[in-house]
Design a protein around this ligand. Structure first.
Ligand code: HEM
Length: 232
């Protein structure tokens, strides 16, 4: 079967098996956009700061942690949207100059989202164990920005791509968590949190393990004595 060169006006580069992989990637990312928009819309809903907007069991938590609760929901929603644009290949190809600018917006949104998650996590309705897991998740969310940022600034594009896929998977763990909760599986909130993080990171590793001809691991940068590395 011939693989189309484009879908919905979006060009799929490469030939044969490479183009087929590109097509699958494109369709998967377009499908991901649906829960991303739904979750982002939910997060932006907290912009008003009205505690009655929170799910019933979170009203007290939201009241006790405002304005951090609202800032977390809104900044994390911004990270979810900008992150999707960053990992969507046609957007990168069409607007390369925006990729860097939007990258900094993503980093800022994640940092604000992670820092504001800390006071909110301390009041988690799931109790101390859930608080500890959420604090760990927030720390990882902030910490993993570092390799993603450093590899981009050093132009180690293949490594940057790897770290961004891992990082965005962690951002998407918020969606995975809501999906797990929606199934009604009664394993307790702390375990649901761990499962959401583990599944998201495992999905990222599965994506990264697929062979991708043409984009191999970056060679380590060997700096000549006396030369200064130009950051981007
Ligand atoms: C990945 C790192 C994240 C951490 C550590 C985190 C942490 C938290 C915490 C501690 C809460 C309070 C609920 C609770 O105690 O269980 C919360 C609620 C919330 N978060 Fe996040 N979050 C993350 C990602 C996101 C993302 C990407 C979004 C995107 C919109 C988001 C949107 C929200 C919203 C809307 C709420 C309030 C309502 C609800 O939980 O249903 N969070 N988050």
């Amino acid at each position: 079967m011939a693989i189309p060169r484009s879908i919905a006006g979006l060009r799929i580069p490469g030939k044969g098996a490479n183009r087929a992989r590109g097509l699958v990637r494109l369709i998967a990312l377009l499908l991901l956009l649906v829960p991303v928009i739904m979750m982002a819309r939910y997060g932006f809903g907290f912009l008003s700061g009205d505690v009655l907007h929170a799910p019933f069991h979170m009203i007290r938590q939201m009241a006790a942690t405002q304005p951090f609760f609202s800032i977390h929901a809104v900044s994390a929603a911004s990270a979810l949207l900008t992150g999707w644009v960053q990992v969507f290949p046609p957007a990168r190809r069409a607007l390369p100059q925006w990729h860097r600018r939007l990258g900094y917006v993503y980093v800022a949104a994640c940092l604000v989202g992670a820092v504001t998650a800390l006071p909110v996590a301390l009041h988690s309705v799931g109790g101390p164990l859930a608080s500890a897991i959420l604090i760990g998740q927030a720390s990882l969310w902030a910490g993993l920005l570092w390799p993603a940022l450093v590899t981009a600034r050093r132009r180690r594009i293949a490594d940057h791509r790897r770290w961004m896929i891992r990082h965005y998977a962690l951002t998407c763990s918020a969606i995975v968590l809501r999906a797990i909760m929606a199934t009604g599986v009664a394993i307790g909130y702390p375990l649901q949190l761990v499962l959401a993080i583990a599944l998201s990171l495992a999905a990222a590793e599965a994506i990264l393990r697929r062979p991708r001809p043409g984009l191999q691991r970056d060679r380590p940068i060997i700096q000549r004595p006396g030369s200064s590395h130009k950051a981007t």
